[in-house]
Design a binder for this molecule. Structure first.
Ligand SMILES: [Zn+2]
Ligand SMILES: [Zn+2]
Length: 344
């Protein structure tokens, strides 16, 4: 089968790979119908996240189950399914507490040996471990461009808002309007935010945020503090989502958030960073971060997408065939598309 593999920084390739087979009783094999190219794939593409040359990448997927192990009961051969971006065992200390994102046996699709050596989904087929936990049936009538967001991007935007403790009537700010930030805008509105201030420097992204009901603020041409003051009688926002993953964004979040408010870091931090911790302390701000617990949210996200309360489809700005993956990565790297969906 054909698969998109990482070769070296700036180089991916379409290669022939053996078709996956069920090994463990909890496994399923999914024939891929559509698979997304994600910002985290770009980290691999740039060599910032190190994986082995020849490893299949990708972790957003919709498809049809073509084989299952004996222990799989919740999905069957022929089911149209979507999956989460990582697997979880369901029985470890963390899984029993619903903290699937910290599962001690968690394996992330398409991220090499350090994250569980699980081959990616930008391929004709993918092996899915713990299929009962990782896969969900696609609700009747839902298109691939919607469904493939449930187990990653929308699940992450939803998590950012859910974990922030946002309450109906709150004013929220979302910093960074990549796909996750834009999904967080929708999730905040759906959770009852009275007003959402959305900050980015890319005009196209600001327009989409506005169409989702947010007040768009250009990072360099406008002053986010002014808008926040105007919307909150000078207090600051109740909740701020940092969907950038840069200390400058976090520092700005601390300044925009009201005393006793909350900041949720969903953007990725992997290194030591300097922020004004004193300001955070003086304002009694709650700061939380980490990867999204998408397995815990996927059923609610699907229900809300089915009902049209959440609708990520405007984020898909380009469709290409899996065979065009090399070009797709170049286009995505130049930020000429918000979300590219590949079809084998
Ligand atoms: Zn992703
Ligand atoms: Zn576990």
């Amino acid at each position: 089968m054909r698969a998109v593999t990482f070769q070296a920084p700036g180089e991916v390739r379409i290669e022939d790979r053996p078709e996956p087979e069920v090994v463990d009783p909890g496994d399923a094999v999914v024939k891929i119908e559509a698979t997304g190219v994600c910002g985290s794939d770009l980290h691999i593409y740039h060599g910032r996240v190190k994986i082995e040359p020849g490893f299949t990448i990708g972790h957003e997927y919709v498809g049809t189950v073509i084989a299952v192990g004996d222990a799989v009961t919740r999905v069957a051969v022929g089911d149209r399914v979507l999956g989460c971006f990582h697997s979880a065992c369901g029985i470890c200390f963390h899984c029993l507490r619903g903290e699937y994102h910290r599962c001690v046996e968690s394996r992330t699709f398409g991220h090499g040996a350090t994250l569980g050596a699980l081959q990616g989904t930008q391929a004709e087929q993918a092996l899915v471990p713990h299929a009962d936990i990782v896969l969900r049936k696609v609700p009747e009538g839902m298109g691939a461009d919607t469904a493939l967001f449930a187990g990653d991007v929308m699940g992450t935007g939803f998590h950012a808002v859910d974990a922030s403790g946002l309450r109906p009537g709150d004013v929220a700010a979302v910093l960074g309007l990549g796909p996750v930030g834009l999904c967080a805008v929708q999730a905040a509105k759906a959770a009852g935010a009275a007003h959402v201030i959305a900050v980015d420097a890319v005009e196209e992204r600001l327009k989409i945020a506005e169409s989702f009901g947010a007040e768009p603020i250009h990072l360099t041409e406008q002053d986010a503090r002014e808008s926040v003051r105007a919307a909150t009688e000078g207090r600051g926002v109740d909740v701020c989502v940092d969907a950038v993953g840069d200390p400058r964004a976090l520092e700005s979040a601390i300044r925009l958030t009201r005393p006793c408010g909350a900041i949720q870091c969903i953007g990725v931090y992997a290194e030591r960073a300097e922020i004004h911790l004193g300001l955070l302390w003086l304002k009694s701000i709650t700061l939380r971060g980490g990867q999204a617990n998408v397995i815990a949210h996927v059923d609610r996200v699907l229900a809300m997408m089915s009902a049209g309360v959440l609708d990520p489809t405007p984020l898909v700005t380009k469709h290409m065939s899996l065979d065009e993956a090399v070009e797709a990565y170049e286009i995505y790297d130049r930020r000429e598309a918000l979300k590219i969906v590949l079809t084998p």
